[in-house]
Design a protein. Sequence first.
Length: 412
Amino acid sequence: MAETTLFVHDLAAAVSPRGSGPLRGRDLGGLQVHSPASVAIAGDRVLAVGAPDEVLRDYPPRPDCETMDGRGKVALPGLVDCHAHPAFLGDRAAEFELRSGGASYEEIHASGGGILSTVEATRRGSEEELTAAVRRHLAWMLEHGTTTAEAKSGYGLDAETEIKSLKAITNAAKGSFIDVSPTFLGAHTVPPEFDTAAEYVGFVVRSALPEAATLARQADVFLERGSFEVPEARRYLEACREHGLAPRLHADQFSERGAIPLAIELGARSVDHLENTGDAGVRLLAKSNVAAVLLPACGLFLDLPLPPARRLADEGAILALATDFNPGSSFTESLPLAMNLACTRLGLSPAESLTACTANAAHVLDLPDVGRLAPGYKADVLVLDAPDWRYLAYHLGGDRFAATIKAGRLVS
Ligand code: NIG
Ligand code: FE
């Protein structure tokens, strides 16, 4: 039997989504709570979670085993950020100021700013500079409890810079405590060198996709007015799928234009945003196996309408929550902030919010052994310095971790 290598004893509680796989409907808020609890870890896996006397009896720490006193604290699974854009250079502070004076995100995009200004800055930098930027962004995420994250390209929009971005993500991931799932967002928007979205998609599929597919696990498209419509999104995602990348879509952020039916047709892993999804879209999505990823920090940052979170949850959708970390529409790496907004603005409970950025987010990234604090799962554990796990969502801006454990190692 595996031997305990790290032992966290006498916690006020240990909390995890129940079961396995994605949770939906009534199960979305179904947590397993052990109180009090101890956690035994062997190597990079969770060995046992349960009542302190039982864990101590069955999985006793050896004399050389690392131990941690959990009294007055709670343990939770490491958070999973399933939608993030950390591969960029430069910033959009000037654009943020323009928006504070009333300019809209879409107006700035239409006049050649927005995403395209980050594309310019990202194209100018070297692979080393971009690697350092991704590394810095991953370190910020870890400070907020994220132990697994998606990392999208999408600020290159030419073959060279898209590949440079995916290589920078891979390089940064190697030296990071965060496990990273790279996504090829070659269809983020149409760069100025192309007159039409269709021409650009043809180009990016020919020139970047073959190599991108060796570096990424998933593919993404921004289906929106001013970027890509259904025919080009379908062409891009089908080509990516043929190269083994799982399709995902930025969907219904500013306008509803067919993203959900397309996602279902393609067997996409998720549709993300959904601030403008109407009733028919909610019903279709809730019945499907396509996950609904909500990004409430982006909604706050851009003052978007609220997505139909409660209806999606009640009708049975696989709901996930993410930061959408990026320099333009959501400059935050904090999943606890996203959880707070889900509770205060979207009508989700703390338990639903936790499942949405652990077990269900891991499902979106197709990582079945991540997102739960349960035997056999990857030992990614947050020890929250609070007497109640709900502080994670409740203490706004105050996520205080006594420890972060990544793959069985104490990393902070
Ligand atoms: O998810 N909507 C498209 N992409 C990002 C924003 C990217 C940017 O503004 O740089 C998003 O909001
Ligand atoms: Fe995004």
